[in-house]
Write a protein that binds this ligand. Structure first.
Ligand code: GLN
Ligand code: ZN
Length: 763
C-alpha cells in the first residue's frame, strides 16, 4: 500500500511573539544593522522549519518566508523594480526591496491591495516598462538553506505565473499572452535550477484559478504549463489553489502537472470531485483543515470528508494538507496563558493545525484505531466548548427567532425621515463632518499601554481620555465643523474595542496575523453566542455631547465589519453569528438614542472585502449584510439620523446593496479613486445623503483649498447639493495633530465658499 503524505502550504512568518515585526522595525529605525536583521530572521525561519519537521509534516514548505510580502518577493526574483527606484540590474538590494514596499524620500511606494478575500495585503507588481529576468532564484536559495542547515528536503513554494501576471498592475487584456510568453522561460529556468539542486517537489500557487477565465485565456494557461512540463518533466509540481473551488475544473485537472491542490473548506471541491472525478495520473493535495480559522477541527467530520475523497482518489495518490497557507492564522495556542482552558482547548492555531494534519494522515494510513486516544481527547475538548455556557445562551437564540420583517425596517421611508431630521438638526447646506477618529498621538498610545499594564488607575485613564475629547471638541468647534465626533481616543482598534465589551467574544494575547508589511492585527475570537451586556460607547458619546450644542455622532463598528475582522466560531452558520452581533449593536444604538445621541454612525469598511470570490455566493452575502445592518440600525426614531462609512472605491457592483442599507447618510472614500466612484451615482438612483471624501487622509500633505473645492464641485455635477456632505476620506487617527487641524481648516473654508456660491445661484 502506498503512503499517504502530510503537507503544509505555508507557515506564519511573524513568530509567536512577533519577533519578525520587531526585527524589521528595528532595522527600519536604524537600531539594528542589515546583518542583524538577516541573522534574526534566519534564526526565526529555521526555527519555523524545524518545528514543522518535529510536528511530523512530510512536505515542508520553503520559500514561503518573506521579509515583507511574497508577491513582492516574486517581483524581485524577476528583477521587477518600478522605474522610479534606482536599480541597475542584478540581485535587487534589500534597501530597494523595502523602498518599493514603503516608498522613500524620492519615490512613492508601490500600491498594496488585499490578497483575494483575506485581510493580508500584497504589493502590486508594476510590470510596465521593465523586462523581467531571473535575477535571483530565491526559492532555490531557501531550498538549499533548509537542506544544508537542517537536512530538510523542503518543498519550494512559488507564486505561479498566471496569478502573478493577473495580480500585476497596468496590464490590459490584450497583453496577457505576451506577458506569459516573457515569463514562461523564466519560470522554466527557475524550476530547472531547483530540479538540478535536487528538489523533488515544488508548489506553484495559482489561487487565481478560482476566478473566471475566457476560453482563450484557458488555452494560454495550458500552453504555459505544457511548456513547463516539457522543459522540466521530472520535478513534481503541485499546482496549488485555495480560498474557493477552482472555476474551470476539467481544464485545470488536465494540466500536465504531478499534483493538484484543492480547498475543500472554502469551496465545494467535493462536488466537483463527485461530478467529474479526478484524473488517474495525478495526486490530489486535499486541503481539509481550515487555514483561515482558529478552531480545533472536528476530526470525525474530517475523516468522513476524507472517506468521500477516497472514493475518487486512492490513498497512494493522496496528500493531506491545510486548506490554505497558515499565514492567515496565529502561530501557537501554547502562548495563551490567560484563556479559560475550555476555550484554549477548542483552539487550533498553525502548529495545532499541523498536528491535526499529521493525525489525519495517520488515521487514513493506519486506520482510526491507531489514533483512538488522540481522537478521544480532541472530541472531548470540542464537546467541552460546545456544551459550555459560551455557546448555550438560550435567550440570544430566542431573540433571533422572534425577529420579524418589521424589526428590520425603519418606520418611515427615507424621504419622510429626512425632513424630520432636518428639522431636528437644522444643518447648513453642504454640512461638514469627519469620519470618527482623531489623531492618536504617542501620548494617547502610551497612556493606554500604561493603563493596560496597570501602571495607572481606571479613573486616571478615563480622565485622560476625557481631556483628549474635550480638547478636540473645542478644536472642532473653533474650526467650525458642523457635526462633531468624540474622537475615538479610547479605542486601539475598531473591532477589538467592541470584542472586549460584547459577550461571546474573547481577546487573546498573541493571536496576531500579518496584515501588511510588519503590521499585524489581532482579530478577536467570536467563540460563543454574542450578546449585549452593558453599554459600550454611551459614556464617551454622552460626555462629548455634553460639551457642545452641535450634534456629536455616536460611533460604532457595524456587524459585517465585526464579523469579517474576527475569527468566527464555525459550529453554527456565519449568518447566525452576524445576526447576533447585529442584535447586540441594536441594543447599543437604542442605549445611545435614549441617552440623547441622535446621530449615530455605523461603520462598515469591511463590507466590500467580504464579498465572496465565487459569483454565485455574492447575492446571498450581500442580502445577509443588508439584513444585519438594518437589524442593527432600524429601531431608532425617524428623526434619529443613521450614518455609515465605507472606505473603498470599487462601488459600482454593490451600489444597490449600499442603498438598501437604508442609512440616512453614507460617507465614502474618493480621493484615491480619482472620481471613478462618482459614476456609481450618475444614474441618480441613490436618493439618500452622501459625503464623498474631499481629501486623502493617507498622506501627511495638507491639500489646498482649490483642490478640495475642485473635488467638491466635481461631485456636485452629479450629486445634488442638498444631498451632499463634506468630509475627509477616512478616520484621522494615524495623522499628526497639526496637519489634521490645518487640513480640516482648509476643508471648512472650501465648504463655506462652495456653499455661498450654491446659495447665491439658488436665489
Ligand atoms: N470611524 C472609524 C475611524 O474614523 C472608521 C475607520 C475605517 O473606516 N476603517 O477611524
Ligand atoms: Zn474609512
Amino acid at each position: 500500500m502506498g503512503k499517504v503524505l502530510s503537507s503544509n502550504s505555508g507557515y506564519p512568518r511573524i513568530g509567536g511573539k512577533r519577533e519578525w515585526k520587531r526585527a524589521l522595525e528595528s532595522f527600519w529605525n536604524d537600531e539594528i544593522s542589515k546583518e542583524e536583521l538577516l541573522k534574526t530572521t534566519e534564526t526565526l525561519r529555521l526555527a519555523n522549519l524545524k518545528k514543522q519537521q518535529e510536528i511530523g509534516i512530510d512536505l515542508i514548505p520553503v520559500g514561503d518566508f518573506s521579509l515583507y510580502d511574497h508577491v513582492l518577493d516574486t517581483s524581485i526574483t524577476f528583477g521587477i523594480v518600478p522605474k522610479r527606484f534606482s536599480y541597475e540590474g542584478g540581485k535587487v538590494p534589500l534597501e530597494t526591496y523595502f523602498d518599493i514596499a514603503r516608498g522613500n524620500k524620492d519615490a512613492v511606494a508601490s500600491e498594496m491591495t488585499k490578497w483575494f478575500n483575506t485581510n493580508y495585503h500584497y504589493i502590486v507588481p508594476e510590470l510596465e516598462g521593465v523586462t523581467p529576468k531571473l535575477v535571483e532564484n530565491r526559492p532555490l536559495a531557501f531550498y538549499k538553506e533548509a537542506k544544508e542547515k537542517l537536512g530538510i528536503d523542503g518543498k519550494p513554494v512559488i507564486l505561479g505565473p498566471i496569478t502573478f501576471i493577473k495580480l500585476a498592475k497596468s496590464f490590459g487584456e490584450e497583453n496577457f499572452a505576451s506577458l506569459l510568453q516573457q515569463f514562461t522561460p523564466l519560470y522554466i529556468q527557475l524550476l530547472t535550477e531547483l530540479a538540478e539542486a535536487g528538489a523533488e517537489w515544488v508548489q506553484i500557487d495559482e489561487p487565481i484559478f478560482t476566478s473566471n477565465f475566457s476560453q482563450e485565456e484557458v488555452q494560454h494557461i495550458q500552453q504555459v504549463y505544457e511548456a513547463i512540463h516539457q522543459a522540466v518533466p521530472h520535478i513534481k509540481i503541485i499546482l496549488q489553489t485555495y480560498f474557493e473551488k477552482v472555476s474551470f475544473y476539467e481544464e485545470i485537472t488536465a494540466l500536465p502537472v504531478h499534483a493538484l491542490g484543492l480547498d475543500f473548506i472554502h469551496g465545494d471541491s467535493l462536488s466537483l470531485l463527485k461530478q467529474h472525478g479526478f484524473p488517474e495520473d495525478k495526486v490530489l493535495v486535499a486541503g481539509v483543515v481550515d487555514g483561515r480559522n482558529v478552531w480545533r477541527a472536528d476530526l470525525d467530520k474530517k475523516f468522513v470528508l476524507l472517506e468521500e475523497i477516497q472514493k475518487h482518489v486512492p490513498k497512494d495518490r493522496l496528500i493531506i494538507q491545510p486548506a490554505s497557507s497558515l499565514l492567515h492564522v496565529p502561530v501557537s495556542t501554547e502562548l495563551e496563558e490567560s484563556l479559560d482552558p475550555v476555550i484554549k482547548g477548542g483552539l487550533s492555531f498553525a502548529d495545532e493545525k499541523l498536528a491535526e494534519i499529521v493525525l489525519l494522515r495517520k488515521g487514513v494510513q493506519e486506520g482510526q484505531e491507531s489514533i483512538s486516544k488522540e481522537l478521544e481527547k480532541s472530541r472531548n475538548a470540542l464537546s467541552d466548548l460546545n456544551n459550555s455556557t459560551y455557546r448555550q445562551n438560550v435567550k440570544v437564540k430566542e431573540n433571533i427567532e422572534k425577529l420579524t420583517e418589521n424589526d428590520v425596517n425603519r418606520p418611515l421611508p427615507f424621504a419622510d425621515r429626512i425632513t424630520k431630521q432636518q428639522e431636528r438638526f437644522n444643518l447648513p447646506l453642504l454640512p461638514t463632518t469627519t469620519i470618527g477618529s482623531l489623531p492618536q498621538t504617542p501620548e494617547v498610545r502610551q497612556t493606554r499601554s500604561k493603563w493596560r499594564r496597570g501602571d495607572i488607575t481606571d479613573q486616571a485613564y478615563e480622565q485622560f481620555i476625557q481631556e483628549q475629547t474635550k480638547k478636540w471638541i473645542d478644536i472642532q468647534e473653533e474650526i467650525g465643523i458642523d457635526v462633531l465626533v468624540h474622537g475615538e481616543f479610547e479605542r486601539t482598534d475598531m473591532v477589538e474595542y467592541f470584542g472586549e465589551k460584547i459577550d461571546g467574544f474573547v481577546v487573546t494575547q498573541f493571536a496576531w496575523v500579518q496584515s501588511y508589511g510588519s503590521r499585524c492585527v489581532k482579530p478577536p475570537l467570536i467563540l460563543g453566542d454574542v450578546a449585549f451586556s452593558e453599554p459600550i460607547t454611551v459614556k464617551e458619546s454622552v460626555y462629548a455631547q455634553s460639551l457642545t450644542k452641535k450634534p456629536v455622532k455616536g460611533m460604532l463598528t457595524g456587524p459585517v465589519t465585526i464579523l469579517n475582522w474576527s475569527f468566527v466560531r464555525d459550529d453554527i452558520p456565519r449568518v447566525d453569528v452576524l445576526n447576533q452581533i447585529a442584535l447586540a449593536l441594536r441594543e447599543e444604538i437604542e442605549a445611545l438614542e435614549s441617552n440623547g445621541i441622535r446621530m449615530i454612525q455605523v461603520d462598515e469598511p469591511a463590507l466590500r472585502e467580504g464579498l465572496p470570490l465565487d459569483d454565485t455566493k455574492k447575492e446571498s452575502y450581500l442580502a445577509s449584510a443588508v439584513y444585519a445592518f438594518k437589524l442593527a440600525t432600524s429601531s431608532v426614531q425617524n428623526d434619529t439620523q443613521i450614518h455609515t462609512h465605507m472606505c473603498y472605491s470599487e462601488f459600482n457592483a454593490i451600489i444597490d446593496s449600499i442603498s438598501a442599507l437604508d442609512a440616512d447618510v453614507i460617507s465614502i472614500e474618493t480621493s484615491r479613486s480619482h472620481g471613478e466612484i462618482i459614476s456609481a451615482f450618475e444614474n441618480n438612483t441613490y436618493n439618500k445623503e452622501i459625503g464623498l471624501g474631499v481629501y486623502d487622509i493617507h498622506s501627511p500633505r495638507v491639500p489646498s483649498k482649490e483642490e478640495m473645492k475642485q473635488n467638491i464641485n466635481r461631485a456636485l455635477k452629479i450629486i445634488k447639493p442638498n444631498q451632499f456632505w463634506i468630509n475627509p476620506d477616512c478616520g484621522l487617527k494615524t495623522r499628526k495633530e497639526d496637519e489634521t487641524i490645518a487640513a480640516l481648516k482648509v476643508m471648512v473654508e472650501a465648504a463655506k465658499e462652495v456653499r455661498e456660491l450654491q446659495l447665491s445661484t439658488i436665489k
